[in-house]
Structure formats: structure tokens, C-alpha cells
Design a protein around this ligand. Sequence first.
Ligand SMILES: *[C@@H]1O[C@H](CO)[C@@H](O)[C@H](O)[C@H]1NC(C)=O
Length: 426
Amino acid sequence: MLRYSYVILFLCIYAVVAGKHDVYKGYSVHGIKLTNATHKEFIHSLELELDLDVWQHGTPKLRDAMVMVSRENTVSLMEKLDTMGLDHYVHLRDVAQAFEEHDLEISAWKRGRSNVLPFEDYPRYAEVDAYLEKVAQEHPDIVTLVNAGPSFEGRAIKYVKISTSNFADTSKPIYFLTATVHAREWVVTPAALYMIQRLVDRRPEDQDLLDSMDWIILPMINPDGYEYSHTTMRLWRRTRSFRPEISSSCYGADGNRNYDAAFASVGVSSNPCSDIYPGPSAFSEVETSYVRDIMQANLQRIQIFMDIHSYGNYITYGFGDARLSPNVAQQHHVAAIMGAAIDPYKLPQAPYYVVGNSNLLMYETSGCAQDYAQTIGIPLSYTLELPEYGFDFRVPPSYIGQINSETWHGVAASARAAVLYYRARN
Ligand SMILES: *[C@@H]1O[C@H](CO)[C@@H](O)[C@H](O)[C@H]1NC(C)=O
């Protein structure tokens, strides 16, 4: 009985002393200056060897790589970088503390204002869901809310169809926008919700975007991972599927390596505990299968697909193995229009957008949504990496409004360009 009391006492003290992000104690993040293309392969080899968490892959002479490393592997990382002759610096000395501070910043932001809208904040799944229901209820003339089905853990994955003809006018192209496949990239969720809000606002200057197109917006592909990143592990990236026959302790797969496009060929890890584990088979994750089903059901009309991620100010297109598609000039043109439309509105400290093939700019990948859409014949297919202003995954909530409005300029410009190419084709 006495021993039991001690346990209780210990747990109480622990609950007070322990920080929410203690799992990241001893972890640090390092910026690495890449100077030539071989360094991208080098970072990937270190990723597997030293179990690095790659926050940003980097582009030689343009964007630094950012990697998180455990205390045990820090010395090896430093030695290997020095041997390779790569300049590096400490970006975050203490990852746990950095996220404690970000949490405080978020709660102060919430406390300081009333009626924070879900696209001005980091909303939880339930708030996103309530927002989608409300938008559909308030705009029944143009919004249809669809439940694609349950996530692995049973959360409804919902998307909105926005159309002036309730999708009856099949002569129009469709813009398909998705977000939050990678749980920890929190800032993409409000950005996707803001795109919905702008369309239902029906501002006169945006009217052509509804007249000339239909829209499908799925703001949260991976609600299980997203909620887990809020409650338990801030840097969770994957889904939360559980397959004891594969691993009794590691959950989920990288949703953006799980599509049927050169599945599990390059840029992945076969270790089910890795953040780039693609899953046991293409579309093993029910969440990505819903995205596939939406694409297949609307294949004739989807002209442009945009998957929003964070971070780095990139707009990339396929393929992940560096092959280019036959219409690469059009792909590049629309991406360039989009980036150029955002740049005039960017904050001075943000880099200009860079557009190009995802492999050439970053690193090789397989099984990502961008490539799958391209493979099945969607003419324009992109991954959008939003800005972070040096805050990595800890973008202060006060910057969300800026990201939303500049990104809207880009989405609107890409939509108009996509319509022109659609008309030229049809
Ligand atoms: C890239 O940089 C490394 C040093 O880090 C050097 O050994 C190698 O020759 C360079 N490769 C090219 C293609 O310039």
C-alpha cells in the first residue's frame, strides 16, 4: 500500500514537471549548406544511417537542408558533414523547448482574441469538421459537403464540392485541392480552409473562378495523424494505421509515398518505423484511397491538382524519379504563373517561390500524390510547399493570415491559367 502511494505521488510530480514535448529532449536541428547535387544523395544516405528526421531537403545554393538528430547521433552527423566539407549550423538546440514555446505562443494568440475562425488558427479536427458543416449549411446554393468515409481510427474525412451548377455543367474543368496528408505540417490546414472561405465569399473579383470552374477541396486527408500531432507527438507525419503483423510498435505510413505511382521504388525506407515508409502496398492507407477515388470519379474534368504541404516556398511537379511528362512546358508555365502571382505579396524575409521538377529541386520520391495524378492523366499536378519565415513547423499563428492571402493569389492565378489550357484542349 505504501509503495502504491509512492507511485501515485511520483506520477503527480511527474505530471507537473514533465513537458508535453519531452520525447524530443536531446534532439537538435541543424541547417546544412548544400553546394552541389551530390549532396542531396548524401543527406538521404545520412537520413537512413543516422535516423535523421529531414525537415527540409534543401536545394543546392538555394535552400539549406534542415535535419533533426538525436543526442546519440549528433557527433557522427557533425563528423560526416565536416568530412564532406559541408558548412552547417545549429538551427534549434533543444527541439522540446522550442515546441513548448510554440505552444505558449498559440495559447496566447487564442487568449488575445475572440471568435478566432478556424482558418486564422491551428484548428483541431472537430473545429475543421464543424467549419465544413457550417459552410455547407450557409451556402447550399454552391457547396455540397461529402463524407469520403472513415479514417483508420474512424474520423469522417470530408470534402467540399463548390459549383454554381452543382456539378451538372460537365463542360467546366475541376480544380482539386488537398491538404494535411503530413500531420505535423499544421499551417496547411488553415490555408486550405481559407481557399474554401474565399470561394464562398463570392467577391466580385473572384466570380470568374466560380463561373469557369468547379472546385473540390479536401482540407484534411490524415485526421488521425493530425490529432496525434496535437495530443501526443508534435512531429508525427504519418497516418495511424496499425498492422501488428508488420510492426507491433510502429504505426502508420507516409501517406505521400503510398500512391500507386512507381510505388516503393525510390526515396522510401522499408523500415516500418521510418517517416518515409510507404506502407505495405499502394493505397494500403484508407485515407489515400479516398483521394484516389475522387480523382478517378472526376478524371475527365480535373484539370489541376494541388497538394498543399509545409514548407519551403516550392511548387513542384513530377515525376519523383526526374522523368518529365510530355506537357512539362505547360506544367512549368502554370507553376511559374502561380509562383509569380504570390511573390509580390510575400513578406521580405520569405524566399521567392521556386518552381520545377520535384526530384531536380529536392530529392527523389515515389508514390506521391503529385505523381499519381500525373500518371492517371490529370494534366496539371503539383505539390505546393508554403512559406515558414525561419520558423520551420512552428509558424506563429500571427503569420497564418499572410500565408492564406498570398496563397490565395497563387491558387487563383493557377486556376485561371489552368482554365485557359483546358479550353485549348477541349
Ligand atoms: C560536390 O561537392 C563535393 C564536396 O562536398 C565534391 O567532392 C564533389 O566533387 C562535388 N561534385 C561536383 C559534381 O561538383
